[in-house]
Design a protein around this ligand. Structure first.
Ligand code: NAP
Ligand code: ZN
Ligand code: ZN
Length: 348
């Protein structure tokens, strides 16, 4: 076991503070790496605050992790010391169910993927995340970061990037399709960049026009404020695919009205409380309401390679660990442009 410095939440309401945690011995199939950067995802905040259920504190968040390999187990074949690697939202799964065998480990049945934090690993130990100096992960759940992607910009791809890439691919976004992204935050801005790179026509639906210049620069073709009721009239029946990245509850009925016949609205945001949908919003235009969770290991690697090839990178604000609590407040105030990334040097 090794001791590592980390930033942990100690309750749902107290600020995160520096602490130490232990990492397991490097097993035969494990990769140990120094963490260089960790993104702050809104899911970290939902989890810390207990909005998704029980949390065992102290809990170290962070599932957008990028770093450099320091040690590999005797039977590791995929990675060597010095490799640039990443870890996303999960660090293990059953490896036997239909989804695991199909490379969709995020939907593992048996009993489910092992979260990078607030989960329990095969060894029975609680998992702790990336706001820390180093981590040990089975090589099958480690991603290779292409040489042309800087580590700080690569980190948010491990959650925000794949969470948008997967539904865009699943619902065939590309030339000739009209895609709308609700919310221009960490996930949303990756949705704009990725949908644009795939050749789709992209519209941002943001609360206001404050970030319009950014949205158009990131690759959006159109930009509308959802605070203006006229938006919902102008855009009625317009989209093939709508990706909802909002972390709070919305009136989904308004947004379903923006779909074409057979269009799909995909829930990516996971607000604490349920949302209601009138049947007619779906029935009259054969519309679909769907959800999507991150992506599997193979698809995450495909996404990283796609981003390297198409020069798609998140817009980031790099911070030091002592700024984490302020960064949380700014994310909650929709004051993030567009992902906070922690430089974990002081934790190594
Ligand atoms: P974020 O950076 O905070 O972005 C969310 C955006 O939603 C904000 O920037 C804001 O955009 C909009 N928004 C916030 N509050 C709103 C409100 N009350 N009404 C309308 N719009 C509002 O968060 P994120 O990291 O992108 O994560 C977004 C959500 O996705 C979270 O719930 C997170 O847990 C979830 N998530 C899901 C997955 C998955 O696999 N499905 C993966 C990662 C995260 P504007 O200012 O442009 O309106
Ligand atoms: Zn996330
Ligand atoms: Zn499984």
């Amino acid at each position: 076991m090794s001791t590592v410095t980390a930033y942990a939440a100690h309750s749902a309401t107290a600020p995160l503070t520096e602490t130490t945690i232990t990492r397991r011995e490097v097993g035969p199939h494990d990769v140990a790496f120094d963490i260089h950067f960790a993104g702050i995802c809104h899911s970290d905040i939902h989890t810390v605050k207990g909005e998704w259920g029980k949390v065992e504190y102290p809990m170290v968040p962070g599932h957008e992790i990028a770093g450099i390999v320091t040690e590999v187990g005797a039977e590791v074949t995929k990675y060597q010391v010095g490799d640039r690697v990443g870890v996303g939202c999960f660090v293990d799964s059953c490896r036997e169910c239909a989804q695991c065998l199909a490379g969709e480990e995020q939907y593992c049945d048996n009993p489910g993927m092992v979260g990078t934090y607030n989960g329990v690993g095969r060894d029975g130990q609680r998992t702790q995340g990336g706001y820390s100096g180093a981590i040990v992960v089975d090589e099958n759940y480690v991603l290779r970061i292409p040489d042309t992607l800087p580590l700080d910009a690569a980190a948010p791809l491990l959650c925000a990037g794949i969470t948008l890439y997967s539904p865009l691919r699943h619902w065939n976004a590309g030339p000739g399709t009209r895609v709308a992204v609700i919310g221009l935050g960490g996930l949303g801005h990756m949705g704009v960049k990725l949908a644009h790179a795939m050749g789709a026509h992209v519209t941002v639906l943001s609360q206001s026009l404050k970030k319009m210049e950014d949205g158009l620069r990131l690759g959006a073709d159109e930009y509308y404020a959802t605070s203006d009721p006229a938006t919902f009239e102008t855009l009625a029946g317009r989209f093939d695919l709508i990706l909802n990245t909002v972390s709070a509850n919305l009136n989904l009925n308004d947004y379903l009205g923006l779909l074409k016949l057979d269009g799909t609205l995909v829930e990516l945001g996971m607000p604490e409380n349920p949302m209601t949908v009138p049947a007619g919003a779906l029935v009259f235009r054969r519309r679909r309401l769907a959800g999507s969770l991150i992506g599997g290991i193979a698809e995450t690697q495909e996404m990283l390679d796609f981003c390297a090839e198409h020069d798609v990178r998140p817009e980031i604000e790099v911070i030091t660990p002592d700024y984490i609590n302020e960064a949380y407040d700014r994310v909650l105030a929709s004051d993030v442009r567009y992902r906070f990334v922690i430089d974990t040097e002081s934790l190594r």
